[in-house]
Design a protein around this ligand. Structure first.
Ligand code: DC
Length: 207
């Protein structure tokens, strides 16, 4: 079974996808981590994320099983990830990695921006997880504050709005809901309620 979960930054799709993968005993891939890992390598080499050849070389060398998850969560890497993710060369290299991962047995949950539309258009179930920009900014602010990174909530909202714009307006594989995806708005749902709703959708799609 392949489950595709897309949505904007800080929509809660990652937490949800991880819980769904554990529940159904499927592999889980956070595809944003692939773009983040490419961006991290580019920044580490002191290159510019706008430099296509630097970003492409990093994408070609990417190993999905050796991502430095501890290093890639910063806001700076997130912004650079959204820059490298707009490059067709980088997306092409990462596309195959994602499809190979989706083919792992007994199945996989992939979360990202274009899983239901481009990476796995034949996924068994597609969810599009969203929440209002204010709710998403508040959640990200809480997360960052809890991990000892005090930030201004208005700044987090501005960053989220900027990333939404870049992710939805790029020419290649922009963030959008697939026609056959279920919309799950988590603005007024906590993670347990979102999980229960998602499992209900998956169960009825399996029938
Ligand atoms: O989900 P995230 O914040 O870790 O994603 C980082 C960036 O990667 C995001 O700005 C857009 C990009 N991305 C993408 O273009 N396609 C995906 N499938 C996943 C992420």
């Amino acid at each position: 079974m392949i489950i595709a979960i897309d949505g904007p930054a800080a929509s809660g799709k990652g937490t949800l996808a991880r819980k769904i993968a554990a529940h159904y005993e499927l592999h889980y891939l956070d595809t944003g981590s692939l773009y983040r890992a490419v961006a991290y390598e580019v920044l580490k080499a002191d290159r510019d994320p706008n430099d296509t050849s630097a970003a492409f070389s990093a994408a070609e060398l990417l190993d999905v099983d050796r991502i430095e998850h501890g290093q890639i969560r910063s806001a700076a890497v997130g912004q650079a990830a959204s820059v490298v993710a707009a490059k067709p060369e980088v997306r092409a290299a990462i596309l195959q990695i994602q499809r190979d991962y989706a083919a792992r047995k007994p199945g996989a949950v992939l979360d990202g921006r274009d899983i239901g539309t481009v990476v796995c258009p034949d996924a068994d179930v597609k969810l599009f997880v969203t929440a209002s920009p204010e709710v998403r900014a508040h959640r990200r602010w809480q997360e960052l504050s809890a991990t000892g990174h005090p930030v201004d909530e208005a700044e987090v909202l501005a960053e989220i709005t900027e990333r939404d714009l870049r992710d939805t307006s790029r020419d290649i594989a922009p963030l959008r809901q697939a026609e056959d995806a279920y919309l799950l708005d988590t603005s007024n749902l906590d993670i347990e309620a979102a999980f229960d709703t998602a499992v209900g959708i998956i169960e009825s799609a399996k029938k």
